[in-house]
Design a protein around this ligand. Sequence first.
Ligand SMILES: Cc1ncc(COP(=O)(O)O)c(C=O)c1O
Length: 359
Amino acid sequence: MSIEFTDKIRRIPVYPTAGGYSLGADFAMLASNEAPFGPMPSVIEAATAALAHVNRYPDPSNMGLRRALAGRYDFPPERIAIGSGSCDILLSAAEALLEPGAEVIYGWPSFSVYPQMAAATGARAIEVPLDDEDRYDLDAMLAEVTAATRLIVLCNPNNPTGTAQPLQAIEAFVERVPRDVCVILDEAYIEFSSLQDTESSLDLARRNPNVVLLRTFSKVYGLAGLRCGYALCGDERFRVAVEQVRQPFFCNTLAQVAAEEALRHQDEVRRRVDLVVAERVLMVQTLRDLGLTVAESQANFIWHALPEETDEEAVLDGLRERGVLVRSGRALGRAGWLRVTLGTAEENLRYLAGLRELL
Ligand SMILES: Cc1ncc(COP(=O)(O)O)c(C=O)c1O
C-alpha cells in the first residue's frame, strides 16, 4: 500500500527547470533568462537592513510595493496584485478562473507554466501554434474562443521564441475578445522590447476590465532569487481573487523591500536594457552569419535553429563541457532549436565560440 495522490498530480507536467545551479561561478548560466547583473547596490542595502526584522511576517497587503508601483505607472494601487514571482500570480489566476469544463487558450511553444495552469485545475488547454514568424497567432487564437473560454494568455515577448506582436495588434485582439474572458498579457520581458516602451500597454488595463498585465522583478531588475512579480489589473476583483486562493503572506519581506527600492532606479534599468540589446544585435548577427535560422528576438534571450540532422543533446553536452548552459528546444516544445539567454559579453562569446566548434 502506498499513499494516494489526486488526479491532478498525474496530470501536472514536471516543469522543465534548468539544471546547473550547483555548478559554480565559472559556468555561463544562459539557460533561465535571468539577468547577468546582480541586484543594484542600494537594493542590497535595503534588503540587508530589512533582514533584521524578519522575526515579523511580511506586510500581507504589500502596500509599500503596491504604492511604489502605483506611483511609477500612475495606476490605482487597489488594482495591483503582488506575487512570489509572477508565476505565483499565474497559478493563482488558474485556480481563480479555471475548473473542469472551462478552457484556457495560449500559444505554443510558450512558457512552460501555462500547461500547468490547465493541468492543475482540470480545465482544457487549447494550444495554438505560433505563426510563420514564430509569433503568437492572434487570429488563430480568436478562432478558438468558445462559450467555455475563461482565460487567454498572451506571452509578449514570447518565451522561448523572444518574438513579439506589436501593441496595435494586441489592442485589436483585445477588442475582439468577449468581455467575460480574462486576457493575461504576460510581459515578463517587456523592458527589453524595442517595439514598445514599458508604459504603452498600460492603457489596455486602464480601458479593459478583463485585461491583466503581468510583470516581474526577476529579469531586468536582477531579483530572480527573491521571487517577486506583479499584475496591473483591469479590475480590482482579479487582485482580490488571486489573493483569496493563496496562503497569507505570499510575498516575503526581502522581496517586497528590494523590489520597491529597485523601482527607484529606472536609469539603471535603461542602462541594462541598452547593454542587453547591444549584445542581442551582435549575437543575432553572428548566428545568422553561421547560417542559422534565428527568431526575431525582443527579449533577453535568443531562439535559434540548429542545422538539420544535428544531434541536439550532443551540442548541449559539448557546450556544457565548455562551461556553458543553455536550454534545449526539445524540452521547450520544439526539437532542433536552442534557447540561449544573453549573458555578459564574455559569456556570449564563449557560447558562440563553443557553438562554432561543435557545428
Ligand atoms: C513568460 C514568462 N512569464 C513569467 C515568468 C515567471 O517569472 P517569475 O515567476 O520569476 O516572476 C517567466 C520566467 O521565466 C517567463 O518566462
